[in-house]
Design a binder for this molecule. Structure first.
Ligand SMILES: [Zn+2]
Length: 770
């Protein structure tokens, strides 16, 4: 926060000259008013940005079309940037207030250069901070570039820029964030205000849980808002956040993490922050980001887009996510495949010799023994089932024998204070895991050799790399990578997957899947686990709603799968302490939660994921017949529409009336149960009809519909062909489990669809262009 006005003692003449030039220049362009003359203003007819002439503080961010200023005129004064310097005494943070001089230069009508210098507290007299703010031609967007000079012999560990403070309430406010698959929150200020503690903040790490670099804060009824993103195509480490202040204003921040290098004299990221206003909702923001994102190397190099993903993963009709020995995993999968008559693949947890979440990476031999495992694996493959096995790609159990024996601590991630990143996930054993550093060859060798064993010795079809789409800052100088920030984590992940794949057999379909999803990982993984479709089960009713933000930007570049959707209570690892084990491990969940299962499957279907059932057991085909039949039918319908639901590009669905109902939700996880209170239940108002619209490569449209209603529901759609770039005439078909059926013709650019969805019906309305 700026407490003191900046004293302009030095460089006075120069600043006066620049100010004079800037003011004279803006007068030439047409003086507006006296206030405008005083401050640094740029305006492209779409947005106007104004900065304080004395301090550089950001004062006005006006959308010209509706004269809406995003910034509160009574806002708290906050620095536009903050720099952390690592000093022997600890971290020293400096901001605008530390500069004794500031000047600005209006480089052209759209570009402002803001410069702060003369920092009393910095020894290097050349230390200077420069922010360049440039408006886009004909777009309500501004590009913000940062550099700090004269940093030789200083250790810059963090740069917060830009800091956009004083963002006022937009009304009917929604915040959409690509938190892996994507989440949206209504009235974020209300939820933020409930956070206990001093800082009321939502923070998202990139590259990591923040799967792409864009957020949208918008008014959902007036359909306009604030678009914040970044055009970094090399996935440098950063954080994006929104914080609520005491005046109910939001502050948007982008935190950049440079690699610490005392020899460098300048830190100037190659990328820019993008701040703008936009019309529409989160889909509009996603479309805007897609224009940039789909042109980046990660899109053209994506394994799926390039055709490098093995065919058998593309052909997956249904995933079964089971845990334990092969008779609890591969045997039920065979049963599923017999019923479905389409490819079922297996996502296999708890096959390993060690106990889950504490014994990693001592995975081998499998808990059922080598012979039994290999025999079961081969038998499943004979019936067309492919299985990938769980192995965490960054954690090492601190209580394991190998931790000591292999001196794993030397290769673990160290924070800025030299501490390891150790966390206890396992609440039953209370044994912790420590994050290993991807930048070390030791860890890459270790994990590659585990994958080699899984695929070549134990005959699996590949590995699920848990916690794959994460990255860390590591400050261990002995590891040989740049210190602190940068983008070495991802570069080393690329090397790791290359090393793993070099050991894969050539004549077999073997693949690598990973946890989460992220644009930067598209060239390295074959499939991505996105669990937000079932987020009620792990997050409860926390105010966030799942949205297919990632799929809206990158669906045709990535295979996404996964769902916690289950009809029985979550399993308990037999290697965990017996005292906490549930009495009836395969107990059915109460039938009141059946709709939750259907809802999760419907979301997954319409949003273009490969369907997944968790904890499948053969008895469910009779005990939960309706739900299993629904899943099998949905998988078949999807299989007849892969050009949309696997390969298609996301489009906005046409407007339709959607009935809603209060549904019973269960919140439960593998770690619930210690206290005996296995299921937390709550009610949630949910849609009974789900829709997702996709464009195929040959420019046809598929509108996926899934009803979880007990009643028929009539749908009337009025579609203007121009809105979807279609020719003015063609046919409408219905795709279901049996194939494609003609419904009606259309012409004159108007598509009128009148269709009654039967209870629990799943289909795709196909619009076939002439
Ligand atoms: Zn390291």
């Amino acid at each position: 926060m700026l407490k003191n006005k900046i004293k302009m003692k030095t460089n006075k003449k120069r600043i006066h000259f620049i100010l004079y030039c800037s003011i004279a220049f803006s007068c030439l362009l047409g003086c507006k008013n006296s206030e405008a003359e005083q401050n640094a203003i740029i305006d492209n007819g779409k947005i106007e940005l104004s900065f304080d002439k004395n301090t550089g503080a950001f004062l006005v961010f006006k959308n010209q079309e509706n004269s809406f200023d995003f910034l509160d005129s009574k806002k708290l004064s906050e620095s536009l940037w903050k720099i952390d310097l690592l000093q022997p005494s600890g971290i020293k943070t400096i901001d605008m207030a530390a500069a004794t001089s500031f000047h600005f230069l209006k480089q052209d009508t759209h570009t402002l250069v803001l410069t702060w210098n003369n920092f009393k507290e910095i020894k290097n007299k050349n230390f200077k901070v420069i922010a360049t703010v440039k408006l886009k031609e004909d777009k309500p967007l501004s590009l913000w570039k940062f550099s700090v000079e004269g940093i030789k012999d200083e250790q810059v560990s963090r740069v917060v820029f830009p800091i956009i403070s004083g963002i006022k309430d937009l009304g009917d406010e929604n915040l959409a964030v690509p938190y892996w698959m994507g989440e949206k929150m209504k009235n974020p200020r209300t939820h933020l205000s409930k956070i206990k503690g001093k800082e009321k903040k939502y923070n998202f790490e990139y590259p990591g849980r923040m799967s792409l670099q864009c957020m949208a804060l918008y008014n959902d009824s007036k359909k306009f808002g604030l678009y914040t993103s970044c055009n970094d195509s090399l996935a440098y480490k950063k954080d994006f956040s929104y914080t609520l202040d005491s005046l109910n204003c939001l502050t948007y921040k982008m935190v950049n993490y440079p690699s610490i290098d005392i020899k460098e004299d300048v830190y100037a990221p190659t990328y820019e922050a993008i701040i703008g206003s936009f019309k529409g909702d989160w889909i509009s923001a996603a479309e805007q980001y897609r224009e940039w994102g789909s042109k980046q190397k990660w899109a053209s190099e994506s394994r799926f887009k390039k055709g490098s993903t093995p065919k058998s993963i593309e052909e997956t009709a249904l995933w079964e996510w089971n845990r334990g020995k092969s008779n609890n995993v591969l045997v039920p999968a065979k049963d599923l495949e017999k019923q479905l008559k389409l490819p079922v693949n297996v996502f296999w947890h708890w096959w390993h010799g060690c106990s889950y979440d504490d014994g990693f990476p001592e995975y081998f031999p499998p808990r059922e023994g080598k012979e039994s495992f290999i025999t079961a694996m081969k038998s499943a493959q004979k019936e067309g089932i492919k299985a990938i096995v769980y192995m965490n790609q960054m954690q090492w159990g601190t209580n394991t024998e190998s931790w000591e024996k292999e001196h794993a601590i030397d290769y673990a991630v160290k924070d800025i204070n030299g501490n390891t990143n150790t966390h206890t996930y396992n609440i039953f054993t209370n044994k912790s895991l420590t994050t290993m550093c991807m930048g070390t060859q030791f860890w890459k060798d270790k994990y590659s050799s585990l994958c080699d064993s899984a695929v070549n010795t134990y005959q699996t079809n590949g590995v699920y790399m848990d916690q794959a789409c994460f990255s860390f800052l590591c400050y261990d100088k002995t590891h040989g990578h740049p210190i602190g920030g940068g983008n070495y984590w991802l570069k080393n992940f690329a090397k790791l997957t290359q090393q793993i794949r070099s050991n894969f057999p050539k004549n077999k379909d073997v693949f690598l899947a990973g946890e989460g999803v992220n644009e930067a990982w598209l060239p390295y993984l074959d499939a991505f686990l996105t669990l937000q479709v079932s987020m009620e089960r792990y997050a409860g009713d926390n105010g966030w709603e799942p949205i297919p933000f990632f799929q809206a930007v990158y669906h045709q570049y990535a295979i996404t799968y996964g769902n916690y959707s289950s009809l029985i209570v979550p399993p308990y690892d037999e290697l965990w302490p017996k005292e906490y084990a549930p009495k009836n491990p395969l107990a059915l969940l109460d039938a009141s939660f059946n709709k939750q299962f259907l809802m999760e499957q419907s979301r997954s279907f319409v949003w273009g994921l490969q369907p997944t059932i968790s904890n499948y057991q053969s008895f469910l085909s009779s005990e939960r017949k309706e739900e299993i039949d629904y899943l099998l039918n949905l998988s078949k319908v999807r299989y007849n529409g892969l050009k949309y639901l696997l390969h298609g590009e996301f489009l906005r669905s046409p407007e339709m009336d959607i009935p809603k109902e209060e549904l019973e939700m269960s919140r439960l996880s593998i770690y619930a149960g210690k206290t005996g209170n296995t299921v937390t239940a709550f009610q949630k108002n949910c849609s009974l009809i789900y829709s997702g619209t996709w464009k195929s490569d040959d420019n046809q449209i598929g509108i996926a519909l899934a009803s979880i209603s007990d009643d028929p529901h009539h749908i009337d759609l009025m579609i203007n062909t121009e809105d979807y770039h279609l020719s003015s005439s063609g046919r409408v078909n219905i795709i279901d489990a049996n194939g494609v059926k003609y419904l009606a013709d259309y012409d004159n650019g108007n598509i009128q669809i009148s269709y009654t969805l039967q209870p629990m019906q799943v289909c795709i309305i196909e619009i076939e262009n002439d």
